[in-house]
Ligand binder design. Structure first.
Ligand code: PEP
Length: 252
């Protein structure tokens, strides 16, 4: 039985003070709500204060990226040991904004996934096609490349620590959600791809989140699909009411 997982990707929003306020609100509403796993992913500088706010709470903490080396002369980067020491549980890897603006490739995503695992962090690995790729009938090819490339070389044991997030780029921050049928079709394809790579039992156990303009109003229908195991939420994770609405509307 896959426990649904809702993760909030705060992107480059919220100061330290705003982080405390938002997490205080989430704790008030969600501390006793354990039917769904909840993760918040603030910007790096807010991770320590977020970790302090979340001590002994069921809400988990995630980072938005990780560098693949353990330490060294890599100005501006953050390593796995640093994230682990702060108390981070999850790390988003390969988000489309990283692929688009920071030239992430499947190879660099794969290195980051391995660095996360090496440091005891749980990767949320993002995959998904852009609008031109969807309109050009390339969705399944692109998603296949993202999944096989990003997860290449993992053992079946390592794969059990991975969450996959299917995020059609054309639905991110645009207000355009994939229909539940469109999302389910790709989620099913991802699970089939995982079965070819890691075997059916691992594929059946892997949680695959949907991401792209998820809101309280569409969370129930999306998460009712057989292969949709939760959501990666951007804009709607920045307010207590909308994020809690998504968590509570998630079909369990
Ligand atoms: C995201 O950033 O991962 C995302 C899905 O954003 P939004 O919910 O705003 O579309």
């Amino acid at each position: 039985m896959r426990k649904k997982i809702i993760a909030g990707n705060w992107k480059m929003f919220k100061t330290v003070q705003e982080t405390e306020q938002l997490i205080t609100g989430l704790k008030r509403e969600l501390s006793d709500y354990t039917k769904v796993e909840v993760v918040v992913c603030p910007p790096f500088v807010n991770l320590p204060v977020a970790a302090d706010c979340l001590v002994d709470n069921t809400i988990k903490l995630g980072a938005q990226n990780i560098f693949w080396e353990q330490e060294g002369a890599f100005t501006g980067e953050i390593s796995g040991p640093m994230l682990k020491a702060v108390g981070v549980d999850y790390v988003i890897v390969g988000h489309s904004e990283r692929r688009q603006y920071f030239h992430e490739t499947n190879e660099t995503v794969n290195k980051r996934v391995k660095a996360a695992l090496k440091n005891g962090l749980l990767p949320i690995v993002c995959v998904g096609e852009n609008l031109a790729e969807r309109e050009g009938g390339k969705t399944f090819d692109v998603v296949n490349d993202h999944v096989t490339g990003s997860l290449a070389g993992l053992t079946t044991e390592e794969m059990q620590k991975i969450v996959v997030a299917y995020e059609p780029v054309w639905a991110i921050g645009t207000g355009k959600t994939a229909t539940s049928a469109q999302a389910q079709e790709v989620h099913k394809f991802i699970r089939e791809t995982l079965a070819k790579m890691f075997g059916q039992p691992v594929a059946d156990a892997t949680r695959i989140q949907y991401g792209g303009s998820v809101k309280p109003e569409n969370a129930a229908e999306l998460t009712a699909q057989p292969d949709i195991d939760g959501a990666l939420v951007g804009g709607a994770s920045l307010k207590v009411e909308s994020f809690v609405g998504i968590v509570k509307n998630t079909k369990v």
